[in-house]
Design a protein around this ligand. Structure first.
Ligand code: AMP
Ligand code: MN
Ligand code: MN
Ligand code: MN
Length: 286
């Protein structure tokens, strides 16, 4: 089992646990090196870092940035970022700013479909109103009985062609990677197995990502199958990219894998944390 988990969410974005409770759970589950990577916001990092110091686990400051690439949403995780970098902070603020108007449009689309009250309902699930997003709408839809759980929501609602979907313009790839690197961070392409774009476009995505300064991909991810661990280990080798591992944990009951249950990276991967001082105690593990 991996002692490392470099992708997770707290109430600062669309996770269910506060930064403190999340880090406590990670420590209790045996994780030794942990990153909080909330969507488009770094406000939970100070609290999480304190909890990690108290809990005696290694902590990495992270963020997961929403990017639009050829009219699709992809996610770029920044690790070892500087949460005080002005360029990063201004950039994140600029993409958060569109979320309120997007949420209103999502609610209007659900209204048309006969589902009322979703705007107020979604905000009631948002720990951080400026980060209102699809997961909060999903929890509202589960609460009202329109789907049995959050995963099922995304089969019937909130995705392209379904009620509640609203196209949106996020950051572009090179902007997002520039913000991450402005404070010395490393850019990691999140859950590449989730994009469902075919092999040719996937190679294009990896090429663009690398050309824009990205240096790692998630090989082991809570959104990947076992076959995809091997597939993306292969892409990492082929492109000369470092490998990351992250659960994408959002809270108890909302995940494919529980916190602390990630397998080790497949052989042949170069871990993104290989040279990090925070990982020195982990030598011998991958
Ligand atoms: P947003 O940033 O508002 O577009 O919301 C994206 C979030 O919605 C993701 O980070 C997940 O939390 C959630 N989400 C999107 N697709 C799925 C899915 N298929 N299953 C579960 N959660 C999903
Ligand atoms: Mn999320
Ligand atoms: Mn993501
Ligand atoms: Mn995530």
């Amino acid at each position: 089992m991996s002692l490392v988990d470099l992708h997770s969410h707290s109430t600062t974005s669309d996770g269910l646990l506060t930064p403190t409770d999340l880090v406590k759970l990670a420590a209790a589950q045996g994780i030794r090196l942990f990153a909080l990577t909330d969507h488009d916001d770094v406000d939970g990092l100070a609290e999480a870092r304190m909890a990690a110091e108290e809990g005696g686990i290694g902590f990495i400051c992270g963020v997961e940035i929403s990017v639009t690439w050829h009219n699709r949403s992809v996610h770029v995780v920044g690790l070892r970022i500087d949460p005080g970098s002005p360029e990063l902070l201004v950039g994140l603020e600029s993409i958060r700013a569109g979320r309120a108007a997007r949420a209103a449009k999502m609610a209007a689309s659900l209204d048309e479909f006969g589902i009322s009250g979703s705007l107020v309902g979604a905000y009631a699930h948002a720990g951080n109103e400026r980060m209102i997003g699809r997961a909060h709408f999903a929890r509202f839809l589960v609460e009202k009985g329109y789907a049995k759980d959050v995963k099922s929501v995304f089969k019937k609602f909130l995705v392209r062609g379904k009620p509640g979907y609203v196209p949106h313009q996020w950051a572009d790839m090179s902007q997002a990677i520039g913000w991450i690197k402005s404070g010395g961070g490393v850019a990691v392409l999140a859950h590449p197995g989730r994009y469902d774009i075919g092999k040719t476009n996937l190679r294009l995505l990896l090429t663009d990502f690398q050309a824009a300064g990205g240096s790692a991909i998630e090989v082991v991810s809570g959104s990947h199958t076992r076959e995809q661990y091997l597939e993306f280990a292969g892409y990492a080798r082929e492109f000369g990219l470092l490998a990351s591992a992250g659960s994408d944990f959002h809270g108890p009951g909302e995940n494919y894998l529980d916190l602390g249950r990630l397998p080790d990276l497949p052989p042949g991967c170069v871990p993104v944390w290989q040279d990090w001082e925070e990982a020195q105690g982990l030598k011998g593990f991958n």
